[in-house]
Write a protein that binds this ligand. Sequence first.
Ligand code: PLP
Length: 360
Amino acid sequence: MGRIFNFSAGPATLPLEVLEQARDEMTDWQGRGVSVMEISHRSKAFIKVAEQAEADVRELLGVPAEYAVLFLQGGATQQFALIPMNLATPDQAVDYVVTGQWSKKAASEAKAVRRVNIAADGAPGNYTDVPARGGWQLTPGAAYVHYCPNETIGGLEFHDVPDTGGVPLVADMSSTILSRPVDVRKFGVIYAGAQKNIGPAGLVLMIVRKDLLERVPETVPPILRYASQAKEGSMLNTPPTYSWYIAGLVFQWLKRQGGLVKMGEVNRRKADRLYRAIDGSGFYRNPVAPAHRSWMNVPFTLPDAGLDAVFLAEAQQAGLSELKGHRSVGGMRASIYNAMPEAGVDALVAFMADFARRHG
Ligand SMILES: Cc1ncc(COP(=O)(O)O)c(C=O)c1O
């Protein structure tokens, strides 16, 4: 069997070119007779991989020199707890904007260690829209404002960066990082689990404004401090070297595609095509406010949930996999990250039209 179009929300599809390069280099990397995963993270050869990956991601995202770039482990979820521990003291308030399951989980982890204020909560509208900025109850003097620019489960995305009036903005970009250009200067911290647009699970990319590194209270153990990781090149202990290497290959692939301006154009086109197919079908439905629909995760329902299993089975037969929606939302979800080619979206749209004709 060849490759299928894999719409998984994460771990998600990776560029075929990257997988092929990794395969070719698996047992004999750079003519060394070993795999890159079999060498010391402190060897010259691996340090070069690590430094190149950092240089490439800095170039892709335009990360200014006053920001540290960290390659950590523990998933984005671990950062839900480490961010409040590193950026706030126990008596400082931290603000959370809740627009879906992930920002809700981030707030809930933070509650265990700091004074969390929910500045806005989209729960009454079932997280299908972003609460109007004018209604956000931000705390004067808060340590930071946390939000999730793209909610992977609900398919709700901010298409602009909220203004927090000088309070550092912390963004969980797990499912939207590298999908288009961003102005890093508008953020205090950007972080992202790797398993959607960066590489294999096991790695978290963090971009932290250097002045914020100094905030960490004495009570936080060194291994959990961003400042110590920044000082030691993210190598306080053994990092997930193979994931880091694959991330480096993905960054090089992104540069070959023309960088983030180009990716943004392609991603927008893919998303537009899919939403047009949904809205024009009279059969499928996406519940999200049009101004906040995600370019990366597109949930949609069928008119009768009894058809879901048939849809999924027929889609699988047609080489379209992992379309089942999250259990909290139901229906379907197509995740169309950077590595999903336009041909994959075309194939999905054609299948959906045919399915609707037969079952509508
Ligand atoms: C937006 C967002 N944040 C956080 C996470 C959690 O990531 P992890 O499982 O790596 O902790 C996910 C996972 O899908 C996500 O989509």
